[in-house]
Design a protein around this ligand. Structure first.
Ligand SMILES: Nc1nc2c(ncn2[C@@H]2O[C@H](COP(=O)(O)OP(=O)(O)OP(=O)(O)O)[C@@H](O)[C@H]2O)c(=O)[nH]1
Ligand SMILES: [Mg+2]
Length: 347
């Protein structure tokens, strides 16, 4: 099973030894293995008799045929290498960068040869290309590649046996959006660590992406930045999502109108009409702090929210509304359940 992906990008073309390192979902450089990067590059170049990644750059700079005649990326063949107990598969891009996959020890990297080459090519040369200049763009590229390769491994290679209602290990992309301060990152943190902290308030600026393993399967949770300035990034994060989670701060009615506008702007986009939707009315502790479970007033509030936001106009889309409190943990388990149940209805 694929466990990590990384990208090594040379800081500049004159210095062959200094690299920017990006990795997902965890760092590849840990204390005690600082020289892993040079080992990976050395391993790649020695495994590859045809195209040493760190040396051919000089040649390419002289005869820059491919780069000049078209903007296509040149993608090498993947090279398997074992470093320590790490099972690594690296591919060279434009003789300037290495993309690497790290598998579990028992995996055979050659099973992933075609998918690694094809997807790299597809993402870089046929879809909207990555310039590798912007950190967020690089992260987005790496995560997309990771998710697709992992999905291939889980679904095609492992041929997982059926459990309850979903195949175990299936990778689900959850797109979590909503205006600022509704509690998206608090939820992400609650799901990742089980913790909530009133003083933890850092407006999200980039995508905050967490990989969570739940009993129903693996999930990458894309927590979007909610401030107006960053909302244009939502469309990038939305790509290939399996479920959309939309969060409202129900205690802040002054911002309902703004929230509603942003919601309909995203939800009416082309190509996502079949993606199921989970709507979270968060901070229920603030409107109903004496007793969440008093069903009647909550039912009335729910009806009012549905009317105000016009959720009843969602037509045939599968959707569900849940009150939550990230603070008191109210309905947090249930929302995970709802995510997997909603997805299972469209498979
Ligand atoms: N009372 C209460 N406060 C909450 C709850 N969830 C989050 N908060 C608080 O709401 C504030 C904003 O939370 P964040 O999780 O940072 O909000 P966000 O939606 O990620 O904001 P952006 O990153 O700017 O989009 C923080 O002070 C949280 O402690 C909740 O369920 N109840
Ligand atoms: Mg946030």
């Amino acid at each position: 099973m694929l466990s990590k992906i990384f990208l090594l990008k040379r800081k500049n073309s004159h210095d062959l030894n200094r690299f920017d390192i990006y990795s997902y979902p965890e760092d590849i450089v840990k204390k005690g293995n600082k020289d892993i990067v040079s080992k990976i590059i050395y391993g790649h170049d020695h495994g590859s008799l045809i195209e040493p990644c760190s040396e051919s750059i000089k040649k390419l700079d002289d005869s820059n045929v491919i780069n000049n005649s078209s903007n296509l990326f040149e993608i090498g063949s993947p090279i398997p290498q074992i470093i320590g107990d790490q099972n690594i598969y690296t591919i060279c891009i434009n003789s300037k960068m290495l993309i690497g996959l790290i598998f579990e020890k028992e995996d055979n990297p050659f099973d992933y040869k075609e998918i690694f080459e094809d997807l790299s090519n597809e993402l870089l040369n046929t879809e909207k290309s990555c310039s590798f200049e912007d950190e967020m763009e690089i992260e987005n590229f790496l995560i997309t590649l990771f998710i697709d390769i992992k999905r291939y491994g889980d679904e095609i290679l492992e041929k997982v046996t059926e459990t309850s209602f979903r195949p175990a290990g299936l990778f689900t992309k959850v797109f979590l959006f909503g205006i600022d301060e509704v509690g998206k990152s608090s939820l992400t943190r609650r799901l990742k660590t089980g913790q909530f902290n009133d003083n933890f308030f850092t407006p999200t600026r980039k995508f905050n992406i967490e990989y969570l393993q739940k009993k129903e399967g693996g999930m990458s949770l894309w927590d979007m930045p909610g401030q107006a300035l960053f909302r244009k990034k939502w469309l990038i994060g939305l790509q290939d999502s399996n479920i959309i989670v939309y969060m409202i701060d129900i205690a802040n009615q002054l911002r309902f109108e703004e929230s509603k506008k942003e919601f309909w702007d995203i939800i009416t986009r082309n190509g996502i009409k079949d993606i199921p939707l989970l709507i979270l009315g968060n901070k229920v502790d603030l409107i109903n702090n004496l007793n969440h479970d008093k069903k009647e007033p909550l039912e009335r509030t729910k009806k009012e929210i549905i009317e105000f936001f016009k959720f009843d106009k969602l037509a045939n889309r599968k959707w569900e509304f849940l009150f939550t409190s990230v603070k008191t943990n109210y309905n947090i388990e249930k929302l995970i359940n709802s995510i997997f149940t909603l997805i299972s209805t469209i498979n």
